[in-house]
Design a protein around this ligand. Structure first.
Ligand code: HEM
Length: 435
């Protein structure tokens, strides 16, 4: 019970209780579930890669099927492999390079709504912006008009995730509880948006985006499968990146020296979207993002159910065990991270005298499995490069003209959800930079 109460309070409370209960040594019972916390980097890597075929998705994503259907995130086995292969071309590096102009334009459109000294709800602003970016890049659609409807429905759907995780989740979701009614109506609302997206664009002008093209070229997919994939990409594709940007903007506001260096980097960029490789063009921006994803990973925990017995670090783990993996814990573990609590983007920067500074994701030298904001193995995030490119392009474009002064920083995490969300709305002041 203590664990479930801590889960409702916040991810950090939940992880604290999990660690102090010794769940990494002896599996715990959480309701009917035998739960093991895998908190050793090498074992995390083994679980997600070597043992991938001996594991399935854990309770969180199995229950998320009730809300998201069976898209890439929640499907398993052959269906997952086929759909992943079908969608992979939309995330090819050449495609990502083509998307940069969409990300750049979406940031420009968001900032066009701001005024000097204005007050905005940061989460709503960045969510609308990443929805706009993902909508135009992946689906060739302008989602600015339905954005408030989508964001509201998503917030209600995330509340449904907490309900779905409860022991009687599926029954509760079908009940007449007000929260259950709100979740069902949010789901129906999102399905309508997705259907419009598929129908409206498929049939006519302007030409459909890469995702509809790829799905249309798979005749064996049912209408429901197409809808589930579009829904998954729409939600997975903007919510996590929006949270990454929110935590990043708050972290920058708390680190004036880093902000000064960032502004110099942004001011030195030519007009328009970045070109070429972002690690070289925007090294500090990428380092700031990497450090934010370390300290506040939007996917703060995921899990694997062991379907065939495995050995992890020499210890047998029996079938049926639910293994929890938490980037939020691993990324602050002093075994791998010096000054783990400090926001230090410089740990990601290769500075060689006489050479251009570069962002190097391998630089901190930690073992594989100690830094996994996008997961690892065959279920690793399909949108990783999309997310880096979108977030870096948007930060650079916004930061050339605007400073965001985040009220109530440093932010703290709110109640546990699928993503690491700040507690309540985040107010920010938009200040025009004087160059
Ligand atoms: C900062 C942004 C993002 C973060 C932190 C993130 C994180 C993750 C993580 C940790 C997983 C693996 C979960 C597991 O192993 O159980 C995942 C999977 C996934 N992500 Fe992301 N993601 C981000 C952005 C995106 C974007 C932009 C898209 C699409 C446009 C996307 C689509 C997906 C999909 C479809 C999966 C399931 C992949 C599969 O199982 O084959 N994500 N993401």
């Amino acid at each position: 019970m203590a664990l479930i109460r801590a889960f409702r309070r916040s991810p950090m409370d939940f992880l604290d209780v999990l660690v102090t209960s010794g769940a990494s040594t002896i599996p715990l019972w959480m309701g009917p579930e035998r739960v093991l916390l895998v908190d050793e980097a090498t074992q995390v890597w083994e679980l997600l890669t070597t043992h991938a075929r001996r594991t399935g998705k854990g309770r969180g994503l199995v229950r998320a099927r009730l809300l998201l259907g069976e898209g890439l995130l929640t499907s398993e086995g052959d269906t997952h492999r086929r759909h992943r292969r079908a969608l992979q071309p939309a995330f090819h590096p050449q495609r990502i390079a083509d998307y940069l102009c969409h990300f750049h334009r979406a940031a420009g459109r968001a900032a066009a709504r701001w005024s000097d000294g204005g007050d905005v709800d940061l989460v709503a602003e960045v969510s609308a912006m990443t929805l706009d970016g993902a909508g135009s890049a992946l689906f060739g659609s302008d989602l600015r008009q339905p954005a408030p409807q989508i964001t509201r429905a998503l917030t209600n759907l995330l509340a449904g995730f907490r309900l779905a995780m409860a022991p009687a989740g599926p029954t509760l979701l079908r009940s007449q509880l007000p929260v259950a009614i709100r979740v069902r109506s949010a789901k129906a609302e999102l399905e309508n948006v997705v259907d419009d997206l598929i129908r409206g664009r498929w049939a006519g002008e302007p030409p459909p985006g890469p995702v509809q093209d790829l799905l249309a070229s798979q005749p064996e997919l049912t209408d429901k499968q197409v809808r589930d994939e579009v829904m998954t990409l729409l939600l997975a594709g903007h919510e996590t990146t929006a949270m990454a940007l929110t935590w990043t903007l708050a972290a920058i506001d708390q680190a004036p020296a880093v902000r000064t260096e960032l502004e110099a980097e942004w001011d030195a960029q030519p007009e328009g979207p970045p070109t070429g490789d972002l690690a070289g063009a925007l090294p500090l921006t990428m380092a700031v993002l990497a450090e934010t994803l370390r300290l506040w990973p939007p996917s703060w925990m995921f899990s694997r159910r062991v379907v065939e017995p495995v050995v992890l670090g020499g210890r047998p783990v029996q079938a049926g065990t639910m293994c929890l993996v938490s980037p939020a814990l691993l990324h602050r573990d002093p075994r791998w991270w010096p000054e783990p609590e400090q926001f230090r983007p410089d740990r990601w920067l290769r500075r060689v005298p006489g050479e251009r500074e570069r962002f190097d994701p391998k630089l901190p030298g930690q073992p594989r499995g100690a830094y996994i904001p996008f997961g690892a193995g065959p279920r690793m995030c399909i949108g990783e490069q999309f997310a880096w490119s979108e977030a870096a392009t948007m930060l650079a474009e916004l930061g050339r003209s605007w400073r965001l002064r985040v009220q109530d920083a440093p932010l703290t995490a709110g109640p546990s959800s699928m993503t690491l969300r700040p507690n309540g709305p985040v107010r920010a002041m938009t200040a025009l930079r004087v160059s």
